[in-house]
Write a protein that binds this ligand. Structure first.
Ligand SMILES: CC(C)(COP(=O)(O)OP(=O)(O)OC[C@H]1O[C@@H](n2cnc3c(N)ncnc32)[C@H](O)[C@@H]1OP(=O)(O)O)[C@@H](O)C(=O)NCCC(=O)NCCS
Length: 168
């Protein structure tokens, strides 16, 4: 058992967690901050494809949000991952990701990463290595597609095939 798993509990988010997810995204200063409404809605409608890590008081200290692509039901798209600064570097993001894929058992995992986000690149590259899966990269949304000022390109990471037995 890793340090991350020893004193933290990983489960599905509830609507009451939406505010904490929004705050973690804001405080990361790296993630695109979406409206608080979107995090509340996510916690209601996409809880089955998302995960939250809680401290001993039940407070969220990390999260991963995702959805199953409607036109590719075997693909879990991981939308955002964030871990409280104080909890970083102890395997929590990896544990959140592993827990979520064990629960949802996708054939492929996709995510987009902006070039230079080393921690995120490492998180997903390690995930692919750990599960013996191929990793393909291609630019999904180039800079010019974004309407709201300069935005880094979003590079798609597609990982798979994966073979998981769904968690009981
Ligand atoms: C990315 C983030 C979620 C990682 O959380 P974490 O709990 O510290 O990550 P883990 O401890 O599980 O580490 C996962 C892997 O990333 C590596 N890693 C973590 N932080 C790193 C850093 N700052 N620089 C380089 N590698 C890093 C770890 O060494 C590990 O790789 P390994 O398995 O090969 O050893 C966290 O840094 C964060 O919240 N960042 C801000 C938000 C963000 O960028 N989210 C990702 C975009 S969706």
């Amino acid at each position: 058992m890793t340090a991350a798993q020893a004193d933290l509990q990983i489960d599905r988010p509830a609507v009451a967690d939406g505010a904490a997810l929004w705050r973690m995204a804001r405080d990361s200063k790296v993630l695109d901050l979406n409206s608080s409404y979107s995090y509340l809605l996510w916690c209601r409608d996409f809880a089955a494809t998302s995960a939250v890590a809680r401290d001993e008081h039940g407070e969220p200290v990390g999260f991963v949000t995702g959805y199953v692509r409607p036109d590719r039901p075997g693909t879990l798209l991981v939308w955002q991952v964030a871990v409280d600064e104080a909890q970083r570097g102890r395997g929590l993001a990896a544990a959140l990701l592993d827990g979520l894929v064990a629960r949802t058992a996708p054939e492929h995992v996709e995510t987009t990463i902006t070039p230079g986000n080393t921690a995120s690149e490492r998180l997903f590259t390690s995930f692919a290595e750990r599960h013996g899966a191929r990793l393909e990269r291609e630019v999904l949304f180039d800079t010019g597609l974004f309407p709201d000022g300069p935005h880094d390109p979003e590079v798609l990471y597609r990982i798979g095939p994966l073979s998981f037995t769904p968690a009981a």
